[in-house]
Design a protein around this ligand. Sequence first.
Ligand code: ARG
Length: 437
Amino acid sequence: MAPALCPGRNVSPQPQSSEQLAGRTEANTKIKLTRCGKIILSIIMMVIATVTLGLIVYFVAFRNTPFYYHISFKTCNIDYDNKFEKPYSQEYMDLNYKIVSLINETFHESKLRRQYVNSHIVQASQAKGKVVVHAVLKFKSCFKNNAAKFWDRIETILYQKLQSKTGTLCVDPSSFKMSDMEMPAAENLLNTCCGQRTITRSGNKIAGGKDAEEGEWPWQASLQQGKVHHCGATLISNSWLVTAAHCFLRSKDPKEWNVGFGLLLSDQKTKRSVKNIIIHENYHYPAHEHDIAVVHLSSPVLYTSSIRRVCLPEATYRFPHNSEAVVTGWGTLKSDGESPNILQKGLVKIIDNKTCNNQEVYGGVITPGMLCAGYLEGKVDACQGDSGGPLVSMDSKGTWFLAGIVSWGDECALPNKPGVYTRVTHYRDWIYSKTGL
Ligand code: ARG
């Protein structure tokens, strides 16, 4: 078969005239120029793309880089009182409110209003009988390369404010000090308040519950024998938890236990071993009374936006009948059902002991140290594996208090068989006697 004709092959070259040649050379130069232009253009395009990409990465990564500062200054009209040593005394909270409002106002009126995040009083010490305020301030900024300039701007804004209008507060501006802080230590201080959640969701509508979200119930912990979830527990300080006494029926040896924090049981990054377990001295299995224990961690946790402590109610507080409360845990989704990996929440209602002791309910076995919550029609309840975990209730200011500890119930979510909890107010003094909290 004759070979196929291909350009430049089997075709004799045709001689060219000089004009033709000249024209071709010009055309070649144009082609070369166009090629050259194309190469330059693509280089420029590549440079632009790289720069744009770099800028995007820079802004995504650093725009929200948090910066933390520790500031302190001496007041001249607040006399020091021992009550300022107790971070949750009314005096301390009033002082915190006053100072935080002043700092908020200062930055909201300044050019750094978009960078300022929040602040918190972390200590009140004394100098010559007057209060010295120590606070942590948090900013988000893209000034990564120019931290020194950012520092200066903050310092100037604060210093100017302290020198001028501070309302009823008198400040000695010469006592003003400011220093950098590392993120974990600063976040720990910013998150020490009890009963505050990072996210606030309404309609929390366990058995009959819903998946929880990160930071929603930051005091919830998992009490694990070895690495296996056994019970829930509630963080009440950076090193103490409350749980149920019956969780330790199999073993009371602290070495066998661990505590994990985090929404997903399979991915709990913060874990602690246990230093000590204190079980209520009057708890005697199989009786359900005095079902409470406190657990001391081998080392404290650092508070973060998703690890925080709940508030403990005063012994005299009564959670009103029919008020809403939320129970959380990794317990089974129904009696003898499957265990979830993601923390569950269930909205329940407090039931008074009289109703709970009705013949058709628990017929008289509910003692003053117990508290019932759920619905007489069933539907939502704690279940196996939720024991020791929290039943919490929110006050009118949005602060969450520990009302109960999951203790027992007849199966789960059955009609007329609500969940029975250890009544925390009843054991408030016992908790204090063991933990000092
Ligand atoms: N005792 C169970 C446990 O060890 C908790 C029972 C709670 N039951 C209930 N129906 N509320 O996990």
